[in-house]
Design a protein around this ligand. Structure first.
Ligand code: AMP
Length: 376
């Protein structure tokens, strides 16, 4: 089976690594000449618009995407020619934070109090209404903390407006949720409506970028049922096919939903080495109409993102550590790889944590130990 992927980044690369053993081949459509998936399939250097896209994807049995900012209307057009999943509708809703919040709210999920902002007086009024601290975000095209401005006091209003006013597609002001932790629920839904959930992932972000994720965290088990009950109706309402991750805040009054990603997602990279069947393989199984794989964790799986550059490979000496270099040139703020350390359970993880020192710089290691110890 030939799979066309709009986007040729690390997510496309990991899809291909999961798909080759299933006998799949890949076409990646990406404007970047150095797209890091290219060694794993055919690379069409192209943007995601126009007639040439249909030509570029000729012969593909399925079309999917690895990048959330692919134009949703492109996906709609492709639907006339290809079997496309996830749907343009799911992608389109996820591309506008306001639409996304409306979907969650309509299905009974708690969201951060928020308001659309289109001008300076509107920002002042929204801030007066929602109060500080708050976050001003672009409604569209935001990812990895890009397109966000944190307001701690009303005086931050003016610099926030100066920084964000030009954002195309408008802005949204959100109350800052006083979360005790962040987590993510990854689900996969088949073409026949079968849904499987991975165990909740405990996540840690810095400056809006995911740094660490722990799959199979025991303390999150008490939230699993609530999270699944909230996300299932969203998947049903969208008639969703493929893997999806929903990011959630854990608060003293329960779960508050932040956003959804209608694709494979960084917070579930641990499933490659730490679950029976990875999110990448399950995404492909779902879109290719193959039976879904088991989503159970095989232990405690800690994923560490490598941001900017790869650390020393000395960490490979740690038993149970799996290395994933994406073949990307180093650049500040860029995700260039990750490692996943899989151990039997969280007590083995705590006992062996010091061994991970070589896998990161001293500051990151301090952040990791502080985070892991924050929830006993
Ligand atoms: P996002 O781009 O919406 O996924 O935001 C990236 C990260 O910023 C989240 O994972 C949180 O750490 C933080 N964040 C975003 N929105 C809020 C919010 N309303 N309240 C508190 N933290 C937030």
């Amino acid at each position: 089976m030939r799979i066309g992927v709009l986007g040729g980044g690390q997510l496309a690369r990991m899809l291909a690594l999961a798909g080759h053993p299933l006998g799949m081949s890949f076409v990646f459509v990406d404007p970047a000449a150095d797209a890091c998936a290219q060694s794993l399939g055919q690379h069409q250097i192209s943007d995601w618009s126009g007639e040439h896209l249909i030509e570029a994807l000729a012969g593909c049995d399925r079309v999917t995407f690895d990048f959330e900012n692919v134009p949703a209307h492109t996906l709609t057009q492709l639907t006339d020619h290809f079997n496309v999943a996830p749907s343009a509708k799911a992608l389109s809703i996820s591309q506008d934070r306001l639409d996304e919040k409306a979907l969650f709210h309509d299905h009974g999920m708690a969201v951060a109090p928020h308001a659309a902002v289109s001008d300076r007086p509107g920002l002042l009024a929204a801030l007066a209404d929602l109060g500080c601290p708050a976050i001003l975000k672009t409604r569209r095209m935001g990812y990895d903390g890009k397109g966000q401005y944190r307001l701690d006091t009303p005086e931050d209003c003016e610099p926030a407006w100066q920084t964000m006013a030009e954002a195309p597609g408008g802005l949204i002001l959100e109350q800052r949720v006083p979360f005790t932790a962040e987590c993510a629920l990854t689900a996969v839904r088949s073409q026949h409506g079968e849904v499987r959930f991975y165990p909740l992932t405990w996540t840690h972000h810095e400056a809006g970028i995911l740094r660490f994720a722990l799959g199979g965290a025991r303390w999150l088990e008490s939230f699993q049922h609530q999270a699944e009950a909230q996300v299932r109706p969203i998947l049903e309402a969208l008639g969703y096919v493929g893997a999806m991750t929903v990011e959630l805040f854990v608060t003293e009054t329960g779960l508050v939903v932040n956003e959804m990603a209608p694709r494979v997602h960084n917070s579930a990279h641990w499933t490659i080495d730490g679950a029976v069947c990875s999110q990448f393989e399950n995404h492909l199984r779902a879109i290719a109409d193959l039976p879904l794989g088991a989503t159970a964790a095989t232990g405690a799986a800690l994923m560490i993102n490598f941001i900017g550059q790869l650390p020393s490979t000395d960490a490979l000496a740690v038993p149970g550590l799996h290395w994933h270099a994406y073949g990307k040139a180093p650049r500040p703020g860029r995700k260039v790889g990750h490692a996943t350390w899989v151990v039997d359970d969280e007590s083995s993880l705590m006992a062996g944590l010091d061994g991970l020192g070589p896998a990161m710089d001293a500051n990151a290691f301090q952040a990791l130990t502080g985070w892991i110890k924050s929830v006993g």
